[in-house]
Design a protein around this ligand. Sequence first.
Ligand code: B1M
Length: 223
Amino acid sequence: MPDEKREEALRKELDQVLAAGDTEKGTQIARQALESGLTPTEFFVGIIQPLLYDVGKRFERLEIFLPDLMKAAKVIQTMQREVLEPAILAESGEGSELGTVVIGTCQGDIHDIGKNMVALMLQVNGFRVIDLGTDVSPQNFIDAARKEEADIIGMSSLLTPSMPYMGDLIKRLEGLGLREQYKVIVGGAPVTEAYAERIGADAYGADAVHAVQMCRQLIGLEG
Ligand code: B1M
């Protein structure tokens, strides 16, 4: 089967697995996808991310409900933990320490599937990553950045009401006279490059691969 058709078939199959919340089948499909030649990041960014986006759209249109979102998330989290993370870690070499990134999901938001992928990709690409988890207040980001002597603060947000905490963090840094000390990168489905610019962030990451490129640029390396 040509690549495009194969990926389309994979998407359809996986969509049904997400709806059924079948974690076992999900991990089996992920393993097969990697065996068939897709890299873990191609599989994640090219297949999983758009699929979850569609799931979200159906939720918005009230075609599915919160338990369905939770089922889909559980399948993806299991796949991430059991197949993708080990595969990505196995591919990575020892690497040098390029810099420290303090990362987390903004206050009020518990979405972490995308943020975890960004954190993992940064780690395997040579960054020291301090993952603060979810529902992290601007002040907690700043406290951790100071404690860990971070180079970069990375904020993820999937909820529109949590996005303003990104700008809030930047204003706090300015108020504390620390703005020059840390680069700030933001990302997450509702975040855009224009939004990042508007709040004065140093970078915007569209996906996990792009986030790594941008963090490399932020510390003065080529993307
Ligand atoms: Co929720 N949810 N959810 N949810 N959920 C969204 C985000 C939503 C868009 C769905 C929709 O209505 N269309 C909507 C938000 C609307 C809005 O405010 N704009 C929504 C809602 C409303 C909610 C609840 C309020 C539902 C409710 O309770 N009534 C609730 C909120 C809970 C809370 O946070 N306080 C809720 C709960 C949940 C679950 C717990 C069921 C589950 C999350 C499980 C988990 O993460 N542990 C869930 C899920 C799964 C989704 C959708 C379907 C999928 C999110 C996801 O994982 N995407 C989502 C729909 C959507 O996103 N359109 C939705 C895949 C992931 C790989 O993509 O996170 O974008 P993403 O990450 C990418 C890039 O964005 C980028 O790289 C990543 C990897 O390539 N990136 C960065 C992300 N962070 C970055 C940081 C960077 C750089 C790049 O630098 C630091």
